[in-house]
Ligand binder design. Structure first.
Ligand SMILES: [Zn+2]
Length: 166
């Protein structure tokens, strides 16, 4: 997972050759994602995560009503264990645990680094990232994918302009 957890969840849905692709459609992908995130699974978890994913995408576009609805399923309670404080996650249904944790993590991410959360500059790309570059100049989800595609696009455009000038 290169991106923070909430953005990584958002990026499990992308566009390939004009069609939406859902990473979780692949067998075992959901379990793998949950394991990598250290989150509990369960029968209804996939559906809740998909709800949270849609809510996060809406929230990134400025509409937080669905995110609020996800967050309403849980809360944290401060605890002490062996002198160390931690926050216990309390949800109204265990199937909401993973989705709630990701949604809460998103709120933290926006609070701490909101100005660095960006959508890929490729208009045909729906991926999001946290810009951790020193000067905050990152524009692409991936230089290999969208960055180079944009460069090639500009190159082709220049090439055509030159060709037209002849
Ligand atoms: Zn991209």
């Amino acid at each position: 997972m290169g991106e923070p957890l909430p953005l990584d969840l958002v990026n499990t849905l992308w566009i390939d050759h004009g069609a939406w692709v859902d990473y979780f459609d692949a067998p075992g992908a959901l379990e793998e994602w949950l394991a990598a995130a250290g989150l509990p699974g369960g029968e209804g978890v996939g559906e809740r995560l998909a709800t949270a994913r849609a809510a996060l995408r809406r929230a990134l576009q400025g509409d937080t009503a669905e995110l609020d609805a996800v967050l309403d399923h849980g809360a944290t309670r401060p605890r002490l264990r062996d002198g160390a404080p931690y926050e216990e996650v309390i949800v109204d249904d265990p199937d909401w645990h993973a989705a709630w944790v990701v949604a809460a993590d998103f709120v933290r991410l926006v609070a701490e680094r909101g100005e660095r959360v960006r959508k890929c500059a490729n208009p045909g790309c729906v991926l999001w990232f946290l810009d951790v570059s020193k000067n905050g100049s990152r524009r692409w989800c991936s230089m290999e994918l969208c960055g180079n595609r944009a460069k090639v696009g500009r190159f082709n455009q220049r090439h055509r302009e030159v060709a037209n000038a002849d």
